[in-house]
Design a protein around this ligand. Structure first.
Ligand SMILES: [Zn+2]
Ligand SMILES: [Zn+2]
Length: 317
């Protein structure tokens, strides 16, 4: 959730110096989702302009505007500052301002409420995405698995994907996490970005949950084969994605998938056989009533499906 080393804005440091107050780092600079200063709209700096070293959060010297390694001033504004300055309303600035807002909200409301997040996500899905997580994910350019996991409470959102999600839907994080009245958004105002692949190889599925799934697999596979369910059904029961299951439990998934395929094949064969028996019965009934069991008579008899009669006739030809 936090940058690994300190970020800073040189212009902010310069302003502190000109007002003769000690430099200070606002909390939001530390957030990993933030890359710009909300006051100057410039990208936050991370390496010393003199010696290129990164800066620790707790410096040795009590001056934030001095490099921890070489003592050079960190308040040097880079030459390309005007090119780097982002537009008002840009994606990066939106996220930075949203983080400031979230920090304020957390001081007011305390820790995030995941129940509220789920309710708000549910509302968003129902009103703007026809209840389809896939639609929402595609429209926003985010991974389906992330949204799925937040929605079903499988995992708490990682901060970065969550900030990205809120920025793209233009819903403040504060509203998603704390607002009891569902946040208002409309796809027309969404800002889908390039597809973000949040690397989440089930890393957010808790150890407990994984164990529970393992046990469920064992229980299922011990039951007689006719009671087995498909991988898709199993995933839905366990409230995880199919891809997570396939990745984390390849062997049992293959066993289940093979069984499902075999069952489908057997089912199809059995249905064909039943149809053939119906046809024979219908033919016998017609003959018993003294009528010639022609194709037409079979179809009109109402005892069989017309399509079966046609299929049988074409098979004979
Ligand atoms: Zn600044
Ligand atoms: Zn330095």
């Amino acid at each position: 959730m936090l940058h690994l080393t300190r970020r800073w804005c040189a212009e902010c440091y310069q302003e502190c110096a000109s007002e003769n107050i000690p430099c200070w780092d606002p909390l939001y600079w530390a957030s990993r989702a933030v890359t710009v200063c909300t006051v100057h709209r410039t990208p936050l700096l991370e390496i010393c302009p003199w010696c290129s070293s990164r800066q620790p959060f707790l410096p040795k010297l009590p001056f934030l505007d001095r490099c921890d390694s070489c003592g050079g001033s960190l308040a040097v504004v880079p030459d390309a500052v005007e090119e780097g300055r982002c537009r008002k309303g840009s994606h990066q600035l939106w996220i930075a301002l949203d983080c400031v807002d979230l920090i304020a909200a957390m001081q007011q409301f305390g820790p995030a409420r995941y129940r509220t997040l789920q309710d708000n996500l549910d509302h968003l899905l129902m009103t703007q995405a026809g209840g389809e997580i896939g639609f929402l994910a595609t429209a926003l350019g985010l991974s389906r698995a992330s949204i799925h996991n937040w929605f079903f409470g499988e995992s708490r959102p990682c901060f970065l994907p969550f900030a990205e999600f809120c920025a793209r839907t233009r819903i403040p994080m504060r509203s998603m996490l704390f607002s009891e009245t569902p946040p208002i958004t409309h796809p027309a105002h969404w800002r889908p970005g390039p597809m973000v692949e949040f690397v989440n190889r089930g890393g957010n599925v808790s150890e407990d949950k994984r164990e529970k799934i393992t046990e469920a697999f064992v229980r299922l596979l011990r039951r007689p084969q006719r009671e087995w369910i498909s991988v898709r059904q199993f995933a839905a029961d366990q409230r995880v994605t199919v891809s997570y299951l396939r990745r984390s439990f390849p062997a049992p998934c293959k066993v289940l998938a093979d069984a499902t395929r075999q069952r489908t094949r057997e089912g199809a064969a059995a249905r064909t056989e039943t149809r053939r028996l119906y046809l024979e019965e219908a033919r016998a009934a017609l003959a018993a009533a003294g009528r010639f069991p022609s194709q037409r008579a079979l179809r009109l008899s109402g005892m069989v499906r017309p399509s079966d009669v046609r299929r049988e006739a074409s098979a004979r030809r």
